[in-house]
Design a protein around this ligand. Structure first.
Ligand SMILES: CC(C)(COP(=O)(O)OP(=O)(O)OC[C@H]1O[C@@H](n2cnc3c(N)ncnc32)[C@H](O)[C@@H]1OP(=O)(O)O)[C@@H](O)C(=O)NCCC(=O)NCCS
Length: 174
């Protein structure tokens, strides 16, 4: 059998990790923090201190592995304004990537945004191809409200942000 560097069988698909997506609880905060830290150290995500995770815990959902009951993914939908929310802190444990979990977390966030009658969801990302799958398009960062930059001072790259801003206008279905 021939595999590529992602462990994918050429021409094949990886078996989906069976997981449940649910609202995060205080018991999940350490696991969320550890997960985000992996990508913060690689410069792929904004680091989020534990205190900030508790402050924003109600924004978060987690993906929990059906077998191990461990948190293997997380995603936050942060409402910014009357019509606008941000998908942030989307992360999947590297051992479980490419099995559809990031996609499920994104779809969940978009459904939640519809529930709150939001019209647009944006994200700041280094993975534009991933978000394009869900109908996000690139925009100029200057079009986003200034209040969203408050957290950027936490970023080691501040003020030289090189993340790509993307936005999706919500229809009835994604
Ligand atoms: C971005 C991220 C969340 C994606 O998570 P994921 O669980 O790998 O996402 P998915 O499995 O849904 O999709 C990833 C890729 O695997 C592919 N895939 C999905 N299921 C698959 C399967 N069963 N077999 C093979 N490939 C599969 C998807 O088509 C997708 O391809 P693409 O990257 O070319 O679009 C993850 O890479 C991550 O944590 N990155 C670091 C943090 C980050 O950049 N977050 C986004 C900014 S907020």
């Amino acid at each position: 059998m021939i595999f590529n560097d992602r462990g994918l069988l050429f021409g094949g698909r990886l078996a989906k990790t069976r997981c449940m997506i649910r609202a995060a609880t205080t018991k999940d905060v350490r696991a969320i923090h550890a997960l985000l830290q992996i990508f913060a150290e690689r410069g792929e995500l904004l680091p989020r201190p534990m205190g900030q995770l508790y402050d924003h815990l109600r924004d978060f959902v987690v993906a929990v592995d059906d077998q191990t009951r461990k948190v293997i993914g997380c995603c936050a939908l942060q409402i910014c304004w009357q019509d606008l929310a941000e998908i942030r802190s989307l992360a999947v444990d590297p051992r479980h990537q490419h099995r559809g979990i990031g996609g499920q977390l994104t779809q969940h966030a978009l459904e939640e945004a519809r529930h709150f009658r939001l019209e647009k969801v944006f994200t700041l990302t280094y993975r534009p191809g991933f978000f394009e799958r869900f109908g996000f398009v690139r925009i100029d960062r200057a079009q986003l409200p200034r209040k969203i930059w408050a957290d950027c001072v936490l970023c080691p790259k501040f003020p030289d942000c090189d993340e790509i801003a993307m936005i999706k206008t919500l229809g009835r279905r994604s």
